[in-house]
Design a protein around this ligand. Structure first.
Ligand SMILES: [Zn+2]
Length: 168
C-alpha cells in the first residue's frame, strides 16, 4: 500500500488535554531519548486521556537479534513490548478505563505520522484499531512539537492536529 507521511494540520484547532497527563508522557520521551518511547493513555468517557502507562520499546533488542527483519533500532522506530501493553490494558479495565491513545516519540524529527506509524496503527494484529495516536517530537533533549492523529472510523483517513495543555 502506498502511503505518505501525514503532517499535523495547523489550520485545525489544537486538541486540549490535561497538563498533568501531557507532562507524564513528555517526561517519558525526554528520559528515553535518543531512543523513542512508547506507551498507552487510558481514560473514561468523562476524561478521555487520564492515565499514562509507559511501555518498553523493544526495537533495539529486536534489531540486534534480527537486523534483516528489523532494519531500524529504537532511535528510529518503536516496538511496544506486548507484555507491557497487555498488562496496562488489563489494569486500566479494572479501574473502568479503556485504551484511548497510543503515544510514541520521534527524536530529531517532527511530530508527523510516518508511513511506518500508519502501518503499525492499521496492522490487522494491532489490538487497538480505533485509538488516537500521539506523536511527541524531541529535539536537543526537549519536546518541541506534539501531534495527535485520529480517524472517524476504522478505514477512514487519518487527520492530524496539534496537542496542547488545557489552561490550568
Ligand atoms: Zn513514529
Amino acid at each position: 500500500m502506498n502511503r505518505e507521511r501525514i503532517e499535523l494540520d495547523s489550520n485545525r484547532p489544537p486538541l486540549l488535554i490535561s497538563g498533568r497527563v501531557m507532562n507524564e508522557f513528555c517526561a517519558h520521551a525526554r528520559e528515553t531519548q535518543p531512543e523513542e518511547c512508547c506507551g498507552l493513555i487510558t481514560g473514561s468517557p468523562d476524561q478521555r486521556f487520564r492515565t499514562v502507562y509507559r511501555c518498553r520499546n523493544e526495537m533495539t533488542a529486536l534489531h540486534r537479534k534480527d537486523p534483516e527483519s528489523y532494519p531500524r533500532d529504537g532511535t528510529k522506530a518503536f516496538y511496544m513490548n506486548p507484555t507491557d501493553y497487555l498488562k496496562a490494558a488489563k489494569e486500566a479495565s479494572q479501574y473502568g478505563e479503556s485504551v484511548n491513545a497510543i503515544y510514541h516519540s520521534h527524536v530529531g524529527a517532527g511530530a508527523y505520522f510516518s508511513e511506518m506509524d500508519q502501518e503499525f496503527a492499521e496492522h490487522e494484529a494491532f489490538p487497538f484499531p480505533d485509538v488516537a495516536h500521539i506523536v511527541v517530537a524531541v529535539f536537543d533533549g526537549q519536546v518541541n512539537q506534539l501531534g495527535i492523529y485520529e480517524r472517524e472510523q476504522v478505514g477512514a483517513p487519518w487527520l492530524g492536529r496539534a496537542l496542547e495543555a488545557e489552561p490550568a
